[in-house]
Design a protein around this ligand. Sequence first.
Ligand code: 5AD
Length: 482
Amino acid sequence: MERTNTERFMKNDTLLPLYNKDKPKSNPSNELPTAIPSHARRVYIETYGCQMNVSDSELMAGILTQNGHQTVPHLDDADVVLVNTCAIRENAETKVINRLVQLNHRKRRQPDLIIGVCGCMAQHLRDKLLDAAPYVDLVMGPDAYRDLPVALDSLARGVESHVSLTDRDPFVGLRLDKSEDYADIVPIRKEGIRAWLTIQRGCDKMCTFCIVPFVRGRERSLPLKFLVEDVEKLVDQGFKEVVLLGQTVNSYRDNGADFGDLLYAVGDVNGLERVRFTSPHPADATDSMIDAMASSPSVCKHLHLPLQSGSTEVLERMRRTYTAEAYRNLVSKLRERIPDIAITTDIIVGFCGETDAEFMETYQMMADIRYDSAFMFKYSEREGTLAHKVFPDDVPETVKGERLKQIIELQENISAAINRDTVGDTVAVLIEGESRRDADRYHGKTDGFKTAVFPKANTKIGDVVNVRVDTTTAHTLIGQTI
Ligand code: 5AD
């Protein structure tokens, strides 16, 4: 039977030292309050957005648990709910606002419920969030999570002294701090096959469409030595795959070491089956990164390489710092060095001023490169970005929709054709779990991050098995173990 999250966390509690005393903080001035809280809270964390947010929620769970609080798997059991949010597109924020309305209904029944909004949307909307949702008790950005225990303590005191909801001051933590890397915090992860490991926080790239540098602050890398130790511990805990996370993960730097050095070092950790990373920036795709991908056996031969647009003019307006031609050359080089590499991407259609001809350059580039898969988005204007300040968001919504539809159709056909070509091949699959549709089957990922489904036979979760592909769809390889 599946473990409940509580059991998972409890297991992790006993598995992991909650405070890594051997590991000095990169920034010793950021002390965690160590006193036992006067009010231990039961906290439910709800996560929206990217893997970095999943990783941040694990960090928040670590900070809270270390300070005597408890994370719980169900909202019904909680006296604090923390919503960890995303601000990348407008619809990500709309989703959270709707969720907050629901939580406010709950608060009417449970007046002591503390509602916290954490992460990128908190940092983005700031006071506007409290205007839109005045019942929110806590607003906290990604660099302020060390203050969570202090915040919960002071809010709990308000609850205790029966200060009415409307009179209670919200706790606001929105400082961005370039020195905050949480290197000393041990995240609390769910048990599983794949662990997320944040190797870098923030972003210095300043793409004109993107809110991330404004909500996550300046770029900073965690020390290589600690990261390798972290990976060793993750292997000891039973994880088979580690995904290195950063906004522009391959601009990683620690003293003289670059991202290629980190890949080699992590790839050498004994017992680790696979290393992946996301998301690299094309302008930082150095030979050292490519060498490590080509020659370190545990580094997966899959690169998620966001293109955004196939038009050099649009890329310039986006300040992506590469041309369409440079990107094409990079893909050629990658395929020369690593012939079986899987390449996936992110595309934005309808960016400010995008003409039909510029859009067609994106379409053509996708047709030429033939990505294994792609995440595709309509441009969503974000207040605070340079694009918002200097370019009108002038591509009509219907045109954005039409363009998106065209590239989705193109990509579906390409993904289906690439997968069809694997019929008869044998692929190595790391088993992740039971297939949702069929209890007699497992699902897992290939090295190139394709989902494979196959009968369980005599295999178990965590094994790497050879699967012969029999049939395929645009998203799945279906076969059997051999
Ligand atoms: N509008 C639409 N898509 C965006 N992305 C980032 N900012 C925006 C925006 N304002 C997309 C990019 C990025 C991915 C994570 O989200 O494609 O690579």
